[in-house]
Design a protein around this ligand. Structure first.
Ligand SMILES: Cc1cc2nc3c(=O)[nH]c(=O)nc-3n(C[C@H](O)[C@H](O)[C@H](O)COP(=O)(O)OP(=O)(O)OC[C@H]3O[C@@H](n4cnc5c(N)ncnc54)[C@H](O)[C@@H]3O)c2cc1C
Length: 306
C-alpha cells in the first residue's frame, strides 16, 4: 500500500522540527520478522525536546506509533497509518551513576546495558544480555528472563505523552505486570534509571556467557522471529500447550512454528505478515480446542492488512 505523503504538510505545520521525516518508509527491515508494509511517515527525533515538540504540535487526529528494535513486533502487510517514531542517536547514551545505578536512553539495546553494567562491576542487569530489544521495548513489555524482569531493577523512567509533556514515572507508577506496563499506550519512553548491586565483573561476565549459551541451544535466535509469541497463561507454559496441541513445526504460507521452541514463530524466508499472524491464530484455535486454554498474544501487532 502507498499512503498519502504527509511529509510536506507536517514540515509546514512543525517548522522547528529537527528530526528526519520519511514518507512511505519500509518498516520490514526494522523488524526481526522482516515482514510488513511501510510507515505512512517515519519520524526519527533528534532528542527528547524534538520528540516533545513533535507530539505537542502534530494534529491530534494523526495516529502515532513507536517502534524499538522490532524484536517483539509484527508489522501488518498494509503498513502503519500516521506517524511511526523510531528513536536513535539522541536516545542512545548510557551512564554509570553512584550507588550502582545505570542510566540509559531508550534506544540503547538491552545487551549494551548488560555490558556497561558488567564492565562497571554492577550486578543484577545481566539478564538483559539475552533480550534482543532496546530499553524502550523493555519498559513497555516489562522484559525479563531467568527469573528477573524490568520491574525488579527499574528506579524510574522518563517519557513523553501524546500531548508533548515530559513526565517521570517511578517504578510503582509503571504498573508493571507480566510482560506489560500499565502506563498509557500513548507514552513514548525516553530514558530509564536502573538499580544494580555491587558485583565482580568477571563473575557477571561468566553469568552473561551462560545466558548466551543457554539461548543459542534453546531458541531460534538466528532466525527471523519475534521471540515468545504468546504469554504463559497462569499455571501453564505456552510452549507445552502448543506442543500438546500438535503444533510444533506447523506451517502457514512460509511461516512456521519453530521446531526448536514451539512458542516461537519463524519466517522461513518469504512469509508475509498475514502468514505469521494467521499461523498464530491457528495455533490459538488448536490450543483452545485441545486444552481449553486461550492463549494471549505477547507479540505486538501493528498496522493494517493488505
Ligand atoms: C530471539 C528473541 C528472544 C527474545 N527473548 C526474550 C526474553 O527472554 N524476554 C523478554 O521479555 N522478551 C524477549 N523477546 C522479545 C523482545 O525482545 C522484548 O519484548 C523486547 O523488550 C522488545 O524490545 P524492542 O525494542 O524490540 O521493541 P519492539 O518490538 O520494537 O516493540 C515492542 C513494543 O514496545 C513498544 N515500544 C518500543 N519502544 C518504545 C518506547 N521508547 N516507548 C514506549 N513504547 C515502546 C512498541 O510500541 C511495542 O508495543 C525476545 C525476542 C526475540 C526475537
Amino acid at each position: 500500500m502507498i499512503f498519502l505523503d504527509l511529509v510536506p504538510s507536517l514540515k509546514s505545520a512543525l517548522p522547528q522540527l529537527r528530526g528526519r521525516l520519511l514518507a512511505n518508509e519500509p518498516l520490514a527491515p526494522l523488524t526481526w520478522f522482516r515482514v510488513g508494509g511501510p510507515a505512512q511517515v517515519l519520524f526519527m527525533p533528534e532528542d527528547e525536546g524534538d520528540l516533545a515538540y513533535a507530539l505537542a504540535n502534530l494534529p491530534a487526529e494523526i495516529p502515532v506509533t513507536v517502534v524499538g528494535l522490532g524484536s517483539n513486533l509484527i508489522v501488518r502487510d498494509g503498513g502503519v497509518e500516521g506517524v511511526v517514531i523510531r528513536l536513535g542517536r539522541g536516545f542512545n547514551e548510557t551512564k554509570i551513576e553512584p550507588d550502582n545505578r545505570v542510566r540509559a536512553g531508550t534506544a540503547v539495546p538491552d545487551l549494551r546495558v548488560a555490558k556497561v553494567a558488567q564492565e562497571a562491576g554492577v550486578a543484577g542487569l545481566a539478564f538483559y544480555r539475552g533480550i534482543p530489544g532496546a530499553i524502550g521495548g523493555a519498559l513497555r513489555m516489562n522484559g525479563g528472563a531467568y527469573g528477573r524482569e524490568t520491574k525488579d531493577v527499574l528506579i524510574e523512567a522518563r517519557g513523553v505523552t501524546r500531548a508533548g509533556n515530559v513526565q517521570t514515572y517511578a517504578n510503582a507508577a509503571m504498573h508493571f505486570t507480566y510482560r506489560h506496563c500499565g502506563v498509557g499506550d500513548d507514552v513514548i519512553f525516553t530514558a530509564a534509571l536502573f538499580q544494580g548491586a555491587p558485583g565482580d565483573p568477571a563473575a557477571i561476565a561468566a553469568e552473561m556467557d551462560e545466558i548466551t549459551n543457554k539461548r543459542e541451544t534453546t531458541q531460534p535466535v538466528k532466525s527471523r522471529t519475534g521471540g515468545s509469541t504468546f504469554k504463559n497463561p497462569e499455571g501453564h507454559k505456552a510452549w507445552q500447550l502448543i506442543d500438546a496441541a500438535g503444533c510444533r513445526g506447523l506451517v502457514v504460507g512460509d511461516a512456521q512454528v519453530s521446531e526448536l521452541h514451539c512458542n516461537f514463530l519463524i519466517n522461513r524466508g518469504n512469509a508475509t505478515a498475514a502468514d505469521i499472524e494467521n499461523l498464530g491464530e491457528e495455533v490459538r484455535r488448536r490450543v483452545q480446542d485441545n486444552s481449553g486454554v486461550t492463549l494471549e498474544w505477547e507479540i505486538k501487532r501493528i498496522g493494517v492488512g493488505r
